[in-house]
Design a protein around this ligand. Structure first.
Ligand code: C5P
Length: 229
């Protein structure tokens, strides 16, 4: 299965639909995040049914268990393939998210965000977390697995230790992918698509290398072909 999920990071429905139309033949799924959901609401996701591709709703829910369970039930009813929550919400919240998803749509994958890749070890100390980011990522990923979640979002550089710690079936969803020669933008710890897949990544979330290209369809196709799809 083509592991590329194109990140359609825009609040603009028409632009998101036009991007999706161009990349759809070359990707395995579409990712719609906070920006899109804030502007268009979860119902906006339905507009993408026409492409017949799985949708990753990058919701990053983080609240008390009852509230997260309600939100997960609502997004599951829209019919998305992957949804995410913050692992830092804790055991009860993660279990509530898992149970809510299974009750409405048993095929939907619930994955966890561990430590935001924008946070340095210094930033973590400032919010009272003194263990290094790498240890915290492993700790939260293990917690997510114990609570029944299907995987985590991680940087490409975390794939190898997470794969060893969490086994072959745990989904590792990887942003920060940069084919050789493409601009870094605000990403720092990047990896090429082939290297990330070879390291054990399950899903590659790719935004600007596709969406900011002169021809997004051609860019998506080139990445897919480099992976043998
Ligand atoms: O444009 P780019 O390829 O950097 O897009 C990466 C996508 O992955 C964006 O939608 C971004 O919000 C998301 N993401 C990330 N880092 C994380 C979690 C999600 O870049 N830790």
């Amino acid at each position: 299965m083509n592991p590329i999920y194109a990140a359609l990071d825009t609040p603009d429905m028409e632009y998101a639909l036009s991007l999706a139309g161009r990349v759809a033949p070359h990707v395995g799924g579409l990712k719609l995040g906070m920006e899109f959901l804030a502007a268009n609401g979860p119902q906006g996701i339905r507009e993408f049914d026409r492409f017949g591709l799985p949708i990753f709703a990058d919701t990053k829910y983080h609240d008390i268990p009852n509230t997260v369970a309600g939100a997960v039930r609502a997004i599951a009813a829209i019919g998305v393939q992957i949804v995410n929550v913050h692992a830092a919400g804790g055991e009860a919240m993660l279990k509530a998210a898992h149970d809510a998803a299974r009750a409405v749509n048993p095929n939907m994958k619930v994955i966890a965000v561990t430590v935001l890749t924008s946070l340095s070890d210094q930033d973590l100390v400032a919010v009272g977390q003194t263990t290094p980011a790498r240890d915290q990522v492993l700790r939260l990923a293990a917690l997510a697995k114990e609570c029944g979640l299907d995987g985590v979002v991680c940087s490409a550089h975390e794939i190898a230790p997470l794969r060893v710690a969490l086994g072959p079936d745990f989904l590792l969803v990887v942003p920060g992918i940069r084919p050789e020669g493409s601009a870094l933008g605000d990403q720092r710890r990047v990896m090429g698509p082939k290297q990330a897949l070879d390291a054990g990544g399950s899903v590659l979330v790719i935004g600007r290398p596709i969406t900011a290209a002169a021809d997004p369809g051609t860019a998506a196709r080139a990445i897919a072909e480099s992976l043998g799809f």
